[in-house]
Write a protein that binds this ligand. Structure first.
Ligand SMILES: Cc1cc2nc3c(=O)[nH]c(=O)nc-3n(C[C@H](O)[C@H](O)[C@H](O)COP(=O)(O)OP(=O)(O)OC[C@H]3O[C@@H](n4cnc5c(N)ncnc54)[C@H](O)[C@@H]3O)c2cc1C
Length: 396
């Protein structure tokens, strides 16, 4: 089951066989593994990226394409748990992603657009969080604003949300084109990218980590696990910390232009949509209709949820739509909705668990792990894996 984005074929990347050594092995080539490859390309280290499918086969190639500042929680919400100063710092860090993607877009056709985004909601909890978010952004000089129902686009008014907030600096990107660009620049600097080269086992020694695939082994000085929801069973420290959940998405055939040409996310971020320049609408969500059923790593379509997403799009266009692609993707939830980043042993680094919101977070999280590896820089505390996993010694 491929996503709309995956019609854009990237690669081919070679398949690994035989015995190899590397300074750094990255496992997984989604956004995280691709940004790691990009950040490590100038490090002087030999780097291999091992992907069990093709790059972008996981959540990164199956998402909604929204580039939203902040992590999984809105700024106003994370201020409640992290405190205002730390929450603002986290949000500011994710804003750097736009500079990096912008810079890449000067060299590659990324299908990247800064359009602003609208968050729509309206229950009591959301109102408070939206007001706090807008207030904090205004204090930081960003012209976010609340949008009352009469001022919302007509198609959104029909959906019945009382309140919305406008965030002017958000946007969207074609995920596979971004991954393709990151990997191309990494490859040009000597990073080796392998597809269909899944890691099935790993053993950590005091001198390095031995990774085994079906037809290869890699002995690496350091291993960086970028598998997000696909938690490796050979790393017991990760057991129970990341919960895979499924999301449902669809793409329509082109329809007439909507009255809003920017991403919208709704209902505590569960639902989202945007219209592409060619008129297609990408929409997803409604996981909250079956929170206990939409769990696990199986890529299965959930028909009642797909039907609800289809109805959302019909309501938006106020008429029929033809769906061209339906797909599912797997997110990785953590207890506090923040990723786990850092070395959990001297040789084993992790960067995973974005809780459904990774496009702007994966670059900064990957960069934190790269900085920890190369310069010993401490990981930003709210993301530090040690908040959930006490650091351990290498096993043998
Ligand atoms: C339906 C859906 C919609 C979303 N919408 C948005 C959105 O609009 N905006 C947003 O910011 N975020 C969104 N997200 C979240 C975002 O896509 C993720 O946070 C982000 O893609 C995570 O990137 P990743 O590289 O860490 O994980 P992944 O993209 O899942 O990459 C992990 C990779 O590891 C590989 N792998 C797994 N096991 C092995 C192994 N043993 N050996 C080698 N390789 C292995 C997988 O094949 C995969 O390619 C969405 C997610 C989903 C599922």
């Amino acid at each position: 089951m491929q996503s709309y984005w995956q019609h854009h074929r990237i690669g081919p990347y070679p398949v690994l066989s035989g015995r190899h050594h590397a300074d750094v092995a990255v496992i997984g080539a989604g956004y995280t593994g691709s940004w790691l490859a990009y950040w490590l390309k100038d490090s002087g280290l030999s780097v291999v990226v091992l992907e069990r499918d093709t790059p972008g086969a996981g959540a990164s190639g199956r998402n909604g394409g929204l580039l939203l500042q902040g992590a999984a929680q809105l700024l106003g919400e994370s201020a409640q748990t992290l405190g205002q100063a730390v929450a603002v710092e986290l949000w500011q860090r994710t804003r750097q992603t736009f500079n990096w993607v912008e810079e890449l877009s000067r060299r590659h056709a990324l299908d990247y657009h800064v359009t602003g985004s609208l968050y729509v909601g309206g229950d009591a909890g959301e109102r408070e969080v939206l007001e706090a978010t807008v207030d904090l952004m205004n204090q930081a000089g960003v012209a976010a604003r609340l949008v009352k129902r009469p001022d919302q686009p007509k198609s959104i008014q029909r959906l019945g949300y009382d309140l919305a907030a406008w965030f002017p600096d958000d946007g969207m990107v074609h995920p596979l084109k971004l991954i393709e660009a990151l990997l191309a620049e990494a490859q040009a600097q000597g990073v080796q990218i392998y597809s269909h080269s899944g890691v099935v086992a790993g053993t950590e020694h005091s001198s390095g980590v031995e990774l085994l695939g079906e037809n290869f082994s890699v002995y690496a000085d350091r291993v960086l696990i970028a598998q997000n929801a696909y938690v490796p069973d050979w790393v017991p420290a990760l057991t129970g910390l990341i919960h895979p959940v499924r999301g449902q998405v669809l793409a329509t055939e082109p329809v007439a232009p909507l009255d809003h040409q920017y991403p919208v996310y709704a209902d505590h971020g569960f639902n989202y949509w945007h219209q592409r320049a060619d008129g297609r609408i990408i929409a997803g969500g409604f996981r909250h209709l079956d929170l206990t059923g939409e769990v696990g790593t199986e890529l299965t379509l959930h028909q009642p949820i797909q039907a609800r997403v289809t109805q959302l799009v019909r309501d938006l266009v106020n008429g029929p739509v033809t769906v061209s692609d339906r797909w599912a993707g797997i997110m990785a939830m953590t207890a506090d909705h923040r990723p786990l980043v850092g070395f959990i042993t001297p040789r084993l680094g992790v960067v995973m668990g974005y809780s459904g919101h990774g496009s702007t977070v994966t670059p900064i999280a990957a960069r934190m792990l790269k900085d920890a590896l190369v310069d010993n820089t401490p990981v930003f505390a709210p993301f530090a894996a040690e908040r959930m996993i006490p650091p351990q010694e290498s096993s043998t």
